[in-house]
Design a protein around this ligand. Structure first.
Ligand SMILES: Cc1ncc(COP(=O)(O)O)c(C=O)c1O
Length: 397
């Protein structure tokens, strides 16, 4: 059994804050501070450029990739870190299209994260070639997979509502129709048990600043199924993905396996932070995390519906159909969220009217959830949100 009081003690959270936004930016694992300070002082400060060899910087993207791989069911040597998720999505999608020539459709849904759609649109502009991005309602995707589809590109957990796709079933259907799959696991990795191997996915990508607590702008990951790893061709063919980066050849030769998905110089300080953040997963079972997350989110929904009936549930009611977040709608959602944040309950807002709350059992308990809803009740019931400063839109919502 996972000891969540032990994991809670591994995080630093400000007094008086109930943090319900770990689905957007995870909290700070205490050990990150010392690890980053050590990396800067002892490695960068003393080793200087020798650190690429002596401190193992060059192999960090693979070593940490293996650590992330364990959390998503990927075998060693099939995950590499670097860049941002948008970049890794582009790498995966472009490589998948090359592996499925002759087909012209990228199939996705309108619950996908907009950046994934934008990256696909940019790739289509670059490639031309009659490619089409087909965007459907999430429920319509399964029936729309046919022999025109080159790539099924989906995010497993919808960033707005938390709706969870059946990754294994959709991948099976895609393969039956001869399509490849690219799965975005941004809201899945560290949130629920994920097994890219048993689901037989072709490519998976994700970020590490949400449930993996790697910090703002933490590097992304990409997984390529072993059957594709030595044939998939990266569109962003940077020197770090070259077979011999320090041979400085004038022509690109793809590196072996997952190495080829690297692009440029890896962000070592950020990787050091992520490395320390991943230590909190030692001794943690994702099945326990899932059970605790469901208990917290069920409690949250029943308390909100009992105390704040003007908020309308935007997430699937069945916990089996959700990731680890719950969303509610309210016409004044933005101002309500700002007023809650002012009172220490931090969630976030997605246009036009959605309040999002993430559940992260590693550092969140039942008492936090009950107290958060008490504060929400005060904010909504007493119209504490109804002030001009809470309506003023900030740059990041
Ligand atoms: C599902 C999903 N995909 C893609 C992205 C974009 O990631 P990045 O900004 O790291 O490129 C996000 C960002 O939150 C996301 O939630």
């Amino acid at each position: 059994m996972t000891d969540f009081s032990r994991t809670r003690a591994l995080f630093q959270l400000p007094d008086g804050v109930i943090y319900l936004d770990g689905n957007s930016l995870g909290a700070l694992p205490v050990a990150v501070k010392a690890r980053v300070a050590d990396m800067i002082g002892a490695e960068w400060g003393k080793e200087l450029i020798r650190g690429w060899n002596s401190a193992g910087w060059m192999t960090m993207p693979r070593r940490i990739g293996d650590r992330v791989g364990k959390l998503i069911g990927a075998p060693p040597g099939t995950v590499v870190m670097g860049d941002t998720l948008s970049i890794k999505l582009y790498q995966a999608l472009a490589a998948a299209l090359v592996l499925n020539p002759g087909r012209r459709v990228i199939l996705t849904d309108n619950g996908n994260f907009p950046s994934d759609l934008y990256m696909a649109q940019g790739l289509i502009r670059t490639l031309g070639d009659g490619l089409e991005l087909r965007v459907l309602d999430p429920d319509a995707v399964a029936d729309a997979i046919d022999c025109s589809v080159a790539v099924l590109m989906l995010t497993e957990v919808d960033y707005r509502t938390g709706r969870l796709h059946d990754m294994a079933a959709l991948t099976r259907e895609a393969h039956t129709q001869g399509a490849l799959t690219v799965w975005d696991l941004a809201h899945s990795a560290g949130a629920l048990p994920v097994d890219v191997t048993s689901a037989n996915v072709d490519f998976a990508v994700g970020c590490t600043y949400k449930y993996l607590n790697g910090g703002p702008g933490a590097p992304a990951f990409i997984h390529v199924a072993p059957r594709h790893a030595d044939v998939a061709l990266p569109a962003l063919s940077g020197w770090m993905g070259h077979a011999a980066p320090f041979a400085f050849d004038l022509d690109y030769r793809a590196g072996a396996g997952i190495e080829r998905m690297r692009v440029g110089t890896p962000p070592i300080i950020a990787l050091a932070a992520l490395d320390a953040a991943l230590d909190v997963w030692d001794g943690v079972s994702l099945q326990d995390v899932r059970a605790a997350s469901i208990a917290l989110s069920e409690l949250f929904i029943s308390e909100v519906e009992r105390r704040c009936p003007s908020l309308v549930l935007a997430s699937p009611r069945s916990p089996a159909a959700r990731g680890s977040q719950v969303s509610f709608r309210h016409a004044e959602g933005y101002a309500i969220m700002r007023a809650m944040i002012d009172r220490g309950v931090i969630g976030d807002f997605r246009a036009p009217d959605t309040l999002r709350f993430g559940f992260t059992p590693l550092y969140l308990g039942e008492e936090d959830v009950r107290r958060a809803v008490e504060i929400m009740d005060d904010v909504v019931g007493n119209r504490r949100w109804d002030r001009p400063e809470y309506r003023r839109k900030e740059l990041v919502t």
